[in-house]
Design a binder for this molecule. Structure first.
Ligand SMILES: Nc1ncnc2c1ncn2[C@@H]1O[C@H](COP(=O)(O)OP(=O)(O)OP(=O)(O)O)[C@@H](O)[C@H]1O
Ligand SMILES: [Mg+2]
Length: 435
């Protein structure tokens, strides 16, 4: 049950509030800030405090509450029209203020809002405490140190990297190292929201703006107020929305659908892509202005195969997260199996490693055979007009031979037999392919 501390020197008002609030909340009350301070040992969730008190004032009491019970929300009761003091209270971190004489309906609404904010803060606090980013390699540490520099600067950042390399984790890392960490981190997957709904999801709509809009609805930008919005797969953002996003980043302004006035957003923007945005701009598939605005500060996450030193720590982290203990954990982390992991291609990067570790735990066995990764794999060779036919053919052949080598666990004699190839010819071929 939510605990409310009332601090009010006028007996009649205090008793009335106590009666009113005791129906739904656990209430304790004090006649002064001095007595209220003693009551803080009960950790109230909400402090409802008069501004003019004998002794320590309501304004100074906000500081005491913030110091002793930082999670509590303070609602200040002010004399009607005393806006300057109310503003001072808000600056000191009060949740809100309510003018006297009190409108009890309004009070109920404010308390509900404060309760929501408290539970949100607890969820965010728990999530933040659980967050971990793993990386031992100097390449990855370097990536993180760049991200850390941007974190403090409140600038838009474009994070690039292959699928599963950790773009969202790095975005979260930036958010958690910024002064917005107490507020929400809102990921928006530009590829997953249908283009027709994108604008209303993002900006919300006003009542009556279209058939079916019976109430107004907050958009994700408004929900993220004070926090960070992470636009994932920004290359898939509908082209017609891109100028609106540019305006939002530049001026913090946007319009709800059907809304006349421009709303102001206090939000930080992070972006991720695994596409070549510059190329999309050249092909007129991405807004040039937006590209320029978001590509000043970039973080590139190297693929896992270029930082295999991260594999042991990541494997251990994912195994433990999946519940591995004792013998299973020891066997999985034996240098032999870790060395095998380092040799794999990791086309799906860290996500693939995470999935594999989960599979190991679920199946309660560690697969030492390193050919499993290639099962059902598709050969992918990047075609590009810059490459010669020879280059492409070379890459293609190399992958085929690599697969067969793995199949025979490196036994070249068996491979020659399987391919019905002269052994010497095979050796020459492998040498030419650098295998
Ligand atoms: N350095 C890391 N430390 C801990 N976990 C990580 C790390 N990198 C990635 N992960 C985990 O791997 C998974 C994939 O990471 P993430 O979602 O950030 O990748 P992504 O680059 O955004 O992928 P996609 O391109 O598919 O959107 C997630 O479960 C994430 O928590
Ligand atoms: Mg992602």
């Amino acid at each position: 049950m939510t605990r409310i501390l009332i601090v009010e020197d006028r007996d009649a008002l205090r008793e009335m509030l106590k009666d009113f609030l005791s129906e739904r909340y656990y209430v304790f009350d004090s006649v002064s800030a001095e007595e209220g301070e003693k009551n803080l040992i009960h950790y109230p969730d909400i402090v409802l405090c008069d501004l003019k008190l004998p002794g320590i004032s309501g304004l100074d009491f906000i500081d005491i509450v913030k110091e002793k019970c930082p999670e509590s929300e303070v609602i200040i009761m002010t004399a009607f029209g005393d806006i300057p003091t109310a503003v001072k209270a808000m600056k000191k971190g009060a949740f809100d203020f309510i003018p006297k004489p009190l409108d009890l309906n309004l009070l109920s609404v404010l308390i509900k809002k404060a309760e929501k904010s408290i539970s949100m803060k607890r969820i965010i606090g728990k999530e933040n405490a659980e967050f971990q980013i793993i990386g031992e390699s100097s390449v990855f540490k370097n990536t993180l140190s760049i991200a850390l520099k941007y974190a403090a600067a409140n600038v838009p950042v474009l994070i690039s990297g292959e699928s599963g390399s950790g773009k969202e984790v790095v975005a979260k890392y930036i958010h958690l190292n910024s002064d917005r960490k107490e507020n929400l981190f809102v990921p928006i997957n530009s590829a997953a929201i249908p283009a027709s709904l994108f604008e209303s999801e993002l900006f919300g709509y006003s009542k009556g703006s279209f058939t079916g809009a019976v109430t107004s609805k907050k958009g994700l930008i408004e929900i993220a107020e004070g926090g960070t919005v992470f636009f994932d797969e920004i290359g898939d953002l509908p082209l017609n929305l891109q100028p609106k996003i540019l305006r939002l980043i530049e001026n913090g302004e946007y319009q709800r659908i059907g809304g006349e006035e421009f709303l102001k957003a206090d939000v930080r923007f992070l972006f991720a892509t695994n596409k070549n945005l510059k190329q999309l701009v050249e092909e007129k598939k991405f807004n040039e202005g937006l590209y320029r605005r978001i590509s000043t500060f970039t973080v590139n996450i190297p693929p896992l195969r270029e930082r295999v030193e991260d594999i042991p720590a990541l494997a251990e982290y994912f195994l433990k997260k999946a519940g591995a203990t004792g013998k299973l954990l020891d066997t999985a982390l034996k240098s032999e199996s870790v060395e095998n992991l380092k040799r794999l291609k990791w086309a799906g990067n860290v996500r693939e490693l995470k999935n594999l570790m989960e599979k190991w735990v679920i199946l309660e066995k560690v697969v030492f055979d390193n050919s499993f990764e290639t099962e059902g794999d598709i050969i992918a060779v990047e075609l590009s007009p810059d490459k010669t036919f020879k280059d492409i053919n070379y890459e293609f052949e190399r992958k085929i031979f690599e697969f067969y080598l793995k199949k025979h666990k490196g036994n070249k004699l068996a491979l020659a037999k399987d391919l019905n190839m002269n052994y010497k010819t095979l050796l020459n071929k492998l040498a030419r392919l650098g295998l």
